[in-house]
Write a protein that binds this ligand. Sequence first.
Ligand code: AMP
Length: 684
Amino acid sequence: MVSWEYPTTKETLYSCEVPTAPIRLTTIVEADAKLKPMANIEYLDLQINPVGCPVGKYGLLCHKTCICKNGARCHGFNGACKCPPGWNGVACDIPKQDVSITTTPSDPRDIYISANVTFHCKTHHVDVVYLSVILPNKAEKVGFGVNETGFVVPNIQPTNNGPYTCQVRDTRGNTLNTTFVLKVTNCAPDTKGARCDEVCGCLQGASCDRWAGCVCPPGWTGTRCQTKCPHGTYGQDCAMNCACQNGATCDKNDGRCECEAGWYGMDCSKPCNNGRFGWRCRQICACKNNATCSNVDGSCACVTPWTGRDCDQWQTSRDEPLLESLVPLGSLVLLVAIVMTILYKTGILACSAPDTGDEDKILFELRRMEQDLAQSLQPGWLGRWEKKIRHLTPGPLIGEGMFGLVRKGNLRTPEGELAVAAKTARVEDSQSYRDFYREAAILVAVHQQRDGDCRESNIVRLVGLITKSAEKYILLEYAPKGDLLGFLRRIINVNEDGLLGSLLGYAVHIARALQELERLRIAHRDVAARNVLITADDVAKLADFGLARDVYAANQYVRCNRPGVDELLPLKWMALESIETGEYTCQSDVWSFGVLLWEITTLGKDPCYDGRMQLSFLQMVGILRQGIRLEKPPGCPEDLYRLMRSCWRDVADSRPTPEEIVERLLQLRRALLPHDVIEMETVV
Ligand code: AMP
């Protein structure tokens, strides 16, 4: 057991590092009462909530000693003494003629109806001739020549409420007085009624109100809070209606939904996706050949001519008729394809793509993916960014992805030629089509929201869109230094003074990009060094909002093992909840940001969990559920690794916000950079 004292002034989250080797968390095995090691602890988070200085201390860090005498209390911040009756002066050490009246119980909140209350009237440094207490009913209790007097009021009632004045006359004829006002309204704990003589007997820790009886905690009802909220209701007085869908049960306390197998989301309205099914979408579908998988039990609905439990068997009995019907059908398809190609080549079809109705179609697709995103787009969003294909001169290839290519290009603008990165998309397959418009829509939404904000954004700048030609482009500002991953891997002088400090500057930029996205309530879903670009001015910008799952696909993305949903996922960058349920949030981006920090610190190494480079879905979940995380890179400052670990907390809400990350990174950076660099940056 380790304990320590650490003066603190504000609410702070402290992380406690415990050495792994000698300390083990143990549990007692019931049968033989042996100690069995449970787990090693490496990190422990403590939430410390300071409430004030200890007795006799004051100041911001409670390091100053209080000078107050005679039992006086000391003000926590400035040390000023609050003198008790009978004392005066800065240190409460100068006697003062005084009179005081107190009660037992001393705290008025502890005085209940029917309690016996004692009143104490006391003089301090007074030569008393005459001492009296005047009661609310004007009756007077008098004492001669005594310094104090006391009396009991048994079974106190509201009729005893009012002022109790203690009055004293001294030998020189001076009169001093003080008054205590009694205001008793509450019954004793667990009693109620006009005379406080009925017992409440509340259950579930409910409080007992004099008039209302038991005030039940959320989720309970009944005179003694003995009944759970009826089905479909929850909360205080069971007044809220549950929003849970698809047979989910609703937490009686806060209405949170516990989804049935096959469903997830706040109200359990979303069916498992990404080829998952079952409780918390933990199981992976085995259906083959474009079969539809039931989100509830994983059963497969096959498409002809496939059959079998996993739809992986050919329906042999109908081979011949099927073949017969397929041959003419095949010829027809071929004919249509030839005609379409001719029309396309001659330009009849080539320019018919997106027009006015197209925006609605795209919005519909976006709404299916992200309601918020679709809502943040104003009508005409697509057209406002449209550029002409003839104004673009495509140049060399600078990046390649699974669903698109990136070329350097020149765009003719009224202001002159502008270097751009032109991202193309193969929009003929539905996934690429969605990815293309999702990226375009996010960039438009971000730029729309920033309208009028002249601060530099840390999201790659959208220059325009080309959607009205066969070849579609997203035109972005050109970042000549390429992506961060390549940049990190090209660093030669790895021992350069202040290198990590200056690289953390890029991390600060990306944390700011996450702040921007958080404001827009957009999750990026693929925060990683490969998706960060470095501009000519050395600013890191977040890019790749969904188009190109790129050239690293082979080793960075794991193919979701299901035909039908052929998706590549960046497993090693993904938050636990995203892997388990396919749900992405701004907090899951924070998790990925932690991995990006790890990439920066290792100068672009491939993340490796538990010594393994390639991991399946289930292996990854198992590893993360055991609490295993990426290891501290050699030479990584302790505080920086702690920040990474906080990004990888299981509970998404307990991860730091992008704003907190920026603040902590700036502190870390200041500690790592040489002084002259910081001064230079401050001047800039
Ligand atoms: P992305 O599909 O956005 O991940 O882009 C694939 C690759 O193309 C990136 O890793 C970069 O090397 C390059 N690239 C993408 N956008 C730009 C840009 N705006 N400026 C320079 N290079 C880019």
